[in-house]
Design a binder for this molecule. Structure first.
Ligand code: HEC
Length: 233
């Protein structure tokens, strides 16, 4: 039986049977796809990988973010607002690459069983998050989000967070003080503010509970981007 039969289509006859030419054409096709994806990343100023005006997460926010990852919140929540009208109307300015510069690993997410959280910072008072994490049905009737009651019991160990902050500093995140004492002080200063705000809503909580770190993190999310990109929508 000959290699080419009358049933072979033009693609097989003209391309696949000429392996050298086919290899060259395949390489060309893949390069065009690659260039179309890679060039805009460097050409569009909005996508600059430098987080101008966006400071790294504070130690308390790093603690909250570590908990966010541990609990797998990204399985239901994205942190990436796409540049489409329906999204920007609902969530605010779309997500710029620079906003994820301090996110290692990034939390863009690909599933939205719950709403996008990119700009949730400042949307609700601290007390709302406290209640919502304890029982999502209490604040959002009919919610299918699981309860996270242990965040209100478990404590954050500053030594763990110091290790996280030192790891991020090694990767080039600009932290002025990565000592255990410095991280502990920064955490307790920021936590005190959240404890006070919760107290004004009649909620008593110790400053080292995980829920305090989680609130710190959630209230930070997307706030820099909202300020920086509000007009540029
Ligand atoms: C099984 C999916 C699921 C998981 C896991 C999940 N959520 Fe949710 N989340 C939802 C749904 C659905 C809503 C919308 C209803 C509501 O407000 O509870 C929501 C709402 C929220 C909101 C309010 C958003 C807004 O703009 O109103 C926050 C904040 C939030 N989740 C944080 C978290 C955090 C933090 C975690 C991890 C500790 C988490 N979620 C885990 C499904 C989930």
């Amino acid at each position: 039986m000959s290699e080419t039969t009358h049933q072979d289509g033009w693609h097989r006859r003209v391309l696949e049977h000429r392996s050298a030419a086919f290899a060259v054409l395949t390489t060309l096709a893949i390069s065009v796809g690659g260039i179309a994806e890679i060039v805009p990343m460097y050409a569009v100023p909005d996508n600059a990988a430098v987080a101008d005006g966006i400071p790294p997460y504070t130690p308390l926010e790093v603690a909250g973010r570590d908990i966010y990852i541990r609990e797998g919140c990204y399985n239901c929540h994205s942190q990436m607002i796409r540049p489409m009208r329906a999204e920007t109307l609902r969530y605010g300015p779309w997500t710029r690459a620079a906003e994820s510069a301090w996110d290692r690993p990034f939390q863009l997410g690909s599933r939205r069983i719950g709403p996008d959280l990119q700009r949730v910072g400042g949307k609700y008072p601290d007390s709302w998050h406290y209640e919502h994490m304890r029982d999502p049905r209490a604040t959002s009737p009919g919610s299918i989000m699981p309860t996270y009651g242990w965040l209100h019991e478990w404590r954050v160990d500053p030594a763990d967070i110091t290790a996280s902050v030192q790891g991020l500093a090694t990767l080039g995140h600009p932290y002025a003080d990565t000592s255990l004492a410095g991280v502990t002080k920064s955490m307790s200063d920021q936590a005190a503010g959240i404890v006070t705000s919760l107290a004004s809503a009649n909620i008593q909580v110790d400053p080292d509970r995980e829920i305090v770190a989680m609130i710190g993190y959630l209230q930070r999310l997307g706030t820099d981007g909202r300020k920086l990109y509000a007009e540029a929508k």
